[in-house]
Design a protein. Structure first.
Length: 624
């Protein structure tokens, strides 16, 4: 029987477990034998004392920080949400480092696109001062929740001696966690200026892999920044990296002035063919060993990407993309005289008159001003230096976002990305969803935003989403009916489950304290959502309440998870859960009880047996 301890996914433990699967010989009594690991890796180990390396004072600490589990939670705030019962969108208030940790289990490999516009490190206010020991308490201090001194802001000035170090230490763990969330065909866009562009590229090369670099995009804003020291700076950069370049398929823009001609081929086929084997200077297996694998020919034989009889090559696609191509029947095999097969990609002719497409280029201009866009919504400018929704829409297209993909912005500011996605969904009839994450940094008391009632940045972001949604409905009521203009609001806080802290002198007091291990002032729904999060389920899954012999049972995700937090639980509750399982017929099934809720230990043991006989795995019975 497992017991929920309030901690998030232990990333370090997960990485070690993955290593065990890859290199079991390198582990002795649970410890890594690095000498054996070096032998296994062979030529891939660099033992030289001088090597290319990008580091700074604090890098090791920030690496540890990204692997330390969070003991926080996300508390639901239904009253500040919109369309709570139906929306698939999330707006999360909190320190994004802790929030990214909390999202690891539920959204691992599920985010198609991430866009962030982090602090540019201009030497002014810098609120992301991570506390290695207790990030949740540090976050509360930053947002003025702990003491009466208001917002705590650190200043990252060049004279501090750690001008770049503080910024890199802030970004490194967040980007490591973000990569885990990207899907295999996912991509991240990061806005930046000259201050940290080169450093950002260096840490992205390390985190995402230099081979997964897609492009550096240049965006020309309106006019020049006259506060620039020597020249009027008129551009910014957007770095783009894929999770796996072999699985990433870039979107393309239409050329409205041109249409496709019919293919004029001798064979009369309505498609062209392109060799699936990679040609060029990096076409050998050793350049990309993961792209050397067999695919099945029509006669069932294995076909490898051989450059010639003795030279191993590589495919142009990763395994997932290749499988999708096979499923869509866009691979054509041609048999050679010697009986071998060569596979080609079919490139079909579009319908006559369809618009021709072209690749997006890396220079962007003629984009509406972000300030103008937000001023139109609010009637004044509540947030400085906001990005343009049209710019974010461009990234959505470049990332090939479609259908019901999820995007993430964990420096969401005024929620420009949410604004852009809603219009993107309207124009393309998609059902894509977003996750916005923002630190509720207090607004300046002298600002127009503060005077008009917006006490922190999150209040601006949430109101922008509401205003954009209403604008979409007004502009085109029929087309906007299927657009999700709502959001579920969650706020970062400490866990709802009390920490166990006892020694020989305080044991009796701790035992009495642990009889009720739920933090005072927390609602039952707070606890339910913490369980959902720590169990790795989506925060937007539907929750249905059932009465089982007078006890409340929450059914989440069409039966994937059932929770009972009542007291005086009898065997009738377990019997009722088995009936609910028959009703919902979930593919996977987990149950959670309040540990002190059973009338006695025998009832807990027998309940577990009843559920086990109904098909519950032994590790799927959890208590808190």
């Amino acid at each position: 029987m497992a017991q929920l301890d309030g901690k998030t996914l232990d990333i370090k433990a997960e990485n070690i477990e993955s290593m065990k699967q890859l290199f079991p010989e390198a582990f002795e009594e649970g410890k890594v034998d690095f000498d054996k690991l070096k032998q296994l890796l062979g030529d891939y180990v660099d033992d030289s004392t001088e090597r290319y390396n990008f580091t700074w004072n604090g890098k090791g600490k920030s690496l540890c920080l990204s692997q330390t589990p969070s003991v926080g939670t996300l508390r639901p705030c239904k009253e500040e949400s919109k369309d709570w019962d139906t929306t698939q969108n999330l707006y999360i208030e909190g320190d994004n480092l802790e929030v990214l940790k909390l999202l690891q289990k539920s959204y691992h490999n599920k985010i198609k696109m991430i866009y962030i516009d982090p602090p540019y490190n201009t030497g002014h206010d810098f609120v992301y001062q991570d506390n290695f020991k207790d990030s949740i308490e540090n976050y509360k201090k930053i947002t003025g929740q702990v003491d009466n001194h208001g917002n705590v802001i650190g200043t990252n000035t060049e004279t501090s001696g750690r001008y770049h170090t503080n910024w890199l230490t802030m970004m490194f763990p967040r980007l490591r966690l973000a990569r885990n969330l990207l899907s295999e065909d996912g991509v991240i866009f990061i806005s930046i200026d000259d201050n940290e562009q080169s450093n950002l590229k260096s840490i992205c090369n390390e985190i995402f892999g230099e081979n997964n670099f897609v492009a550096q995009i240049n965006w020309k804003g309106r006019g020049g920044r006259q506060d620039s020291k020597y020249f009027a700076i008129i551009h910014e950069y957007i770095l783009c990296y894929a999770k796996s370049i072999d699985n990433f398929v870039a979107g393309e823009e239409t050329k409205s002035e041109d249409t496709y001609p019919k293919y004029d081929t001798i064979s009369g086929k309505n498609y062209k063919t392109q060799l699936l084997r990679k040609w060029g200077s990096n076409s050998r297996r050793e350049n990309r060993p993961n792209l050397y694998y067999p695919i099945k020919a029509p006669d069932g034989s294995d076909v490898y990407p051989m450059l010639d009889a003795n030279t191993e090559g590589r495919w142009r696609w990763g395994k997932e993309t290749m499988k999708n191509a096979e499923d869509q029947c866009i691979i054509e095999f041609v048999k050679q005289k010697d009986g071998s097969w060569i596979p080609y990609e079919k490139i079909y002719e579009p319908q006559v008159g369809a618009e021709k497409t072209k690749k997006f280029n890396t220079w962007i201009d003629n984009i509406e001003n972000g300030t103008d866009a937000i001023k139109t919504l609010f009637g004044f400018v509540p947030f400085d230096y906001t990005k343009s929704p049209t710019l974010i829409e461009r990234f959505l297209k470049m990332a090939n976002v479609k259908d019901d993909d999820t995007i993430l912005d964990f420096f969401s500011g005024s929620a420009t990305a949410a604004d852009a996605l809603m219009y993107f969904n309207k124009q393309n009839s998609n059902k894509c969803r977003y996750i916005m994450v923002q630190l509720p940094e207090q607004t300046d008391s002298s600002s127009d935003a503060y005077k008009r009632g917006f006490k922190n940045i999150c209040e601006i972001g949430k109101e922008r989403i509401r205003l954009t949604g209403e604008q979409i409905k007004t502009e085109n009521p029929q087309k906007s009916n299927n657009v999700d203009i709502g959001f579920k609001n969650f706020k970062l806080d400490t866990s709802n489950i009390k920490k166990w802290q006892a020694d020989a002198d305080t044991l009796n007091t701790a035992l009495e304290f642990a009889v009720d291990n739920i933090v005072a002032g927390r609602s039952e729904m707070d606890v339910v959502y913490e369980i959902i999060l720590k169990m790795g389920l989506s925060l937007t899954y539907p929750i249905v309440e059932h009465d089982v012999n007078g006890k409340k049972v929450y059914v989440i995700g069409d039966g994937a998870l059932m929770i009972c937090l009542d007291t005086n639980i009898t065997l009738d509750v377990a019997e009722g859960m088995t009936s609910l399982k028959k009703e919902y017929q979930p593919e996977t099934w987990k149950v959670v009880f309040y540990d002190n809720g059973f009338i006695d230990d025998q009832t807990k043991t027998n309940s577990k047996e009843i559920l086990k006989n109904a098909g519950l795995d032994k590790d799927a019975f959890t208590t808190i």
